[in-house]
Design a protein around this ligand. Structure first.
Ligand SMILES: NC(=O)c1ccc[n+]([C@@H]2O[C@H](COP(=O)([O-])OP(=O)(O)OC[C@H]3O[C@@H](n4cnc5c(N)ncnc54)[C@H](OP(=O)(O)O)[C@@H]3O)[C@@H](O)[C@H]2O)c1
Length: 260
């Protein structure tokens, strides 16, 4: 399967790395159309994909992924040669601010395309991706897109009106969680742990807690209750978090990411 990317910035490079992760897709099958800077060229030296210069070469692709700034998406769609569009090669845009309706105005009602919001852990195949499809897409094209994105992590089809909150809960939060790891690491260092060990303990704990929640389906409150012995150290920590508005801070942070 040959995939062409427009854009190899933060999320474009994460998606490319995710496709290459564990050799799920060969570097030979990844093509990237660079922007105006050296970003794509530099990444090409590291990852070994092919830089695409002639847009007519896109006819050989099975999937196009657009991972550029919002303002470039529609001009890119308009620049696609008729020979490419005639092949109905599915297109996925991950640009936050360009809607299916915007894309439909360029591609038409029957072209197979999707709007997707991935998060940065896609680069290690552990991403969360929300995706919405254009209304008239054929089941076969939809399944092909879902299968193509599967190496990147867990893909959830949602109505496009929910993509923003999905992007906030799963796409913005890797930044919050990185701050969480850093803060708990600082606490470990404050109490004498070496920094590297402190980070590793937190990272493993996060992975384990998420795995336990996913596999057991136990309610988050019950998982918390299971750690808090009467009069114990954990409940004292929980009380200190509550005194500092921990839960409200997280709800307010997500609320702040939303456009309205
Ligand atoms: N970052 C995330 O975690 C994340 C998650 C989900 C969705 N998104 C969405 O993804 C989009 C990109 O975000 P980003 O953080 O990756 O931005 P970014 O780091 O600025 O990357 C954008 C890339 O697009 C390239 N580009 C622009 N116009 C192009 C064109 N005509 N042809 C080919 N490449 C072009 C730029 O290349 P040059 O600089 O070389 O011109 C740049 O490398 C945004 O719409 C954002 O909402 C981001």
């Amino acid at each position: 399967m040959k995939i062409a990317f427009f854009g190899a910035g933060q999320i474009g490079s994460a998606l490319i790395k995710g496709m290459l992760h564990d050799d799920k897709v060969a570097a030979l099958d990844i093509y990237v159309k660079a922007g105006h800077s050296q970003t794509a060229e530099n990444l090409q030296k590291e990852l070994g994909f092919t830089l695409l210069t002639d847009l007519s070469d896109l006819t050989a692709m099975d999937l196009l992924i657009i991972a550029t700034n919002n303002s470039s998406v529609l001009p890119i769609l308009k620049s696609l040669p008729q020979t490419v569009l005639a092949k109905n090669i599915p297109i996925v845009s991950v640009a936050g601010g360009v809607t299916l309706s915007d894309m439909k105005a360029v591609l038409g009602t029957d072209y197979p395309f999707a709007h997707c919001i991935p998060n940065t852990p896609v680069q290690v195949g552990a991403g969360v991706l929300g995706i919405s499809f254009t209304k008239n897409i054929k089941q076969e094209a939809k399944e092909f897109i879902l299968k193509s994105l599967a190496p990147l992590g867990s893909v959830y089809e949602v109505p496009e009106t929910d993509l923003e909150i999905v992007g906030s809960i799963a796409g913005c939060t890797p930044a919050f969680v990185a701050m969480f790891i850093e803060s708990l690491g600082d606490a470990g260092v404050l109490h004498g742990l070496k920094r590297e060990l402190a980070y590793e303990l937190v990272e493993q704990m996060l992975q384990g807690t998420a795995k336990l929640a996913i596999e057991s389906k136990i309610h988050p409150a019950a998982l918390k209750d299971g750690v808090t012995s009467p009069g114990g150290s954990t409940i004292r920590g929980v009380a200190a978090l509550e005194a500092n508005n921990f839960r409200h801070a997280l709800i307010a942070a997500i609320d702040a990411t939303m456009s309205e």
